[in-house]
Design a protein around this ligand. Structure first.
Ligand code: HEC
Ligand code: HEC
Ligand code: HEC
Length: 129
């Protein structure tokens, strides 16, 4: 009689273990998938972005091509929040060189202190490709 009882408790224990394992596996798969979706969305960033020209303020005489920003290069050097949203919105920023001189946009870092000054670039084509 005692032996029968023991096997029944054993069965219950095994079932309990099986159920908890299943719950664990299901939770693990669901959260791994959620994490994958979230991170894929977060890092859906372009390698290069061609910036829009602010034609209202820009020097209209110049035939400089629109500036291209190497997003990936910068994103590998800095956390997103270094630039977003305080320095740049994630699109539709309007900037001219006067803003850089005032330490805004690219001039936040390309000021000769944090890194090379916009005006000290060897070639305009470094940015205006
Ligand atoms: C560090 C990157 C960088 C360098 C170097 C650079 N520019 Fe720009 N420039 C920009 C960005 C960014 C904009 C804004 C987007 C646009 O209008 O192309 C811009 C805009 C301009 C504009 C339109 C706005 C304005 O201020 O009139 C002209 C003209 C211009 N650049 C000329 C030049 C010339 C000439 C040189 C070289 C002496 C140069 N740029 C070097 C990044 C740069
Ligand atoms: C050095 C500054 C800088 C860093 C760091 C940075 N970004 Fe950006 N990001 C920009 C600039 C500049 C633009 C162009 C905005 C525009 O077009 O007006 C941009 C644009 C974007 C866009 C819009 C893309 C598009 O197709 O127009 C997204 C999304 C974005 N960034 C996300 C991120 C994420 C996520 C990170 C971190 C992994 C990050 N950024 C890091 C400067 C930065
Ligand atoms: C948060 C600081 C920061 C901001 C904002 C920033 N840069 Fe940079 N950028 C850097 C640093 C640091 C380097 C690396 C310099 C080196 O290699 O010595 C760099 C390198 C570059 C280079 C050379 C490497 C390459 O990608 O070819 C270009 C061009 C450039 N930046 C353009 C821009 C333009 C255009 C903007 C504005 C739209 C901008 N940067 C805004 C920090 C910044």
């Amino acid at each position: 009689m005692a032996i029968v009882k023991r096997t029944e408790t054993e069965k219950k224990r095994k079932r309990f273990v099986l159920i908890s394992r299943t719950i664990f596996v299901v939770l693990f798969i669901v959260s791994a998938f959620a994490f994958y979706v979230m991170s894929a969305k977060t890092y859906e960033t372009p390698a290069y972005i061609t910036l829009e020209r602010d034609w209202e303020r820009a020097d209209k005489e110049s035939d400089e091509r629109p500036a291209t920003f190497s997003h990936l290069v910068h994103q590998e050097m800095f956390y997103c929040y270094v630039c977003h949203p305080s320095v740049f919105k994630m699109g539709g920023n309007k900037m001219v060189h006067d803003d850089f001189d005032k330490g805004k946009f690219c001039g936040t870092c390309h000021n000769g202190t944090i890194t090379w000054h916009v005006d000290d670039a060897e070639d305009c084509e470094i940015c205006h490709k």
